[in-house]
Design a protein around this ligand. Sequence first.
Ligand code: FMN
Length: 323
Amino acid sequence: MFIGSIEITGAAALAPMAGVADAAFRRICRDHGAAFTVSEMISAKALTYGDLKSQELSVLSDRERPAAIQLFGDDPDTLAQAARLVMAQKPDWLDINMGCPAPKIAGNHCGSALMRDPDLCYRIVKATCEAVDVPVTVKIRKGYAKDQVNAVEVAQACESGGAAAITVHGRTRDQMYAPPVDWDIIRDVKRAVSVPIIGNGDVTSPQSAAALYEHTGCDLIMIGRGALGAPWLFSQVEAYLKHGTLLPTPPLAKRMEILCRQVALAASLKGERCALLQARKHASWYMRELRGAAIFRGEAGTISTMEDLRALCWRVIKANEDE
Ligand SMILES: Cc1cc2nc3c(=O)[nH]c(=O)nc-3n(C[C@H](O)[C@H](O)[C@H](O)COP(=O)(O)O)c2cc1C
């Protein structure tokens, strides 16, 4: 499948996840076969004000490409201006967030709130496309609420505005991330537009990846939470879809090594203090379902240096030696 003229290889992309899918995690996922990555969502308005934190979020490393920068906002001109600013990072394309359900985003008319106004979605995509010479994609939900399901209409509006691909998360805003996910809506959008559709929601295994492709006919799938603490899921999905092979999960020592590599990379990018604070949740994801996981989760909540992390990994390996 192509996004504009960019060929996407690989069977599943990494979903954007604010506060979680930072540059280090994205690179680790690319190393394990993610088809592409997307930055954490970045405020278009903040970028136009020169906000440093937002600029930092837009930094892409070559090792994570193909990679998109995701912007959120509600004003076409501001999005266009922000789009021009982030071109300095040479993103392979830009993605516009039309799905975030968080009150501080949707409550400010951004993210999923845009879906209440398909014409505004059209104008945002059009203005952004006109501002830059890379493709522009959008990420939408099923709709704003269960009585406002309009993903098909919004997708058509975005396609008319020039969107090069559309990701559909099969939940409404009022569902947040709660079950059930509706894959039928992804299939409906796929049938209604001609640009590539990326299906998203609740893929956690090679089998559920295959099921999402089959159910919807989508061109690619995107995985978010299923990859947390399990970046190797991308190569497992690819092997299953291409060859019907179920690759085993890497051995525990290898998993702990991948965790340490991810956190060391994060430390080199944002400093040890900040990286280790954020590593606490990543460590507990990598350690879930292990013997002593509850205790180790508690310990992960106190790590503050790379040395703490390595010592914790060592204890985890020792406690699960027969794994
Ligand atoms: C912690 C977290 C942060 C997220 N941040 C973003 C974001 O910045 N932009 C976005 O479009 N979606 C964001 N999402 C939604 C995911 O990209 C994805 O659509 C959702 O998690 C459903 O996919 P999954 O079931 O594979 O996790 C976020 C989800 C989570 C759990």
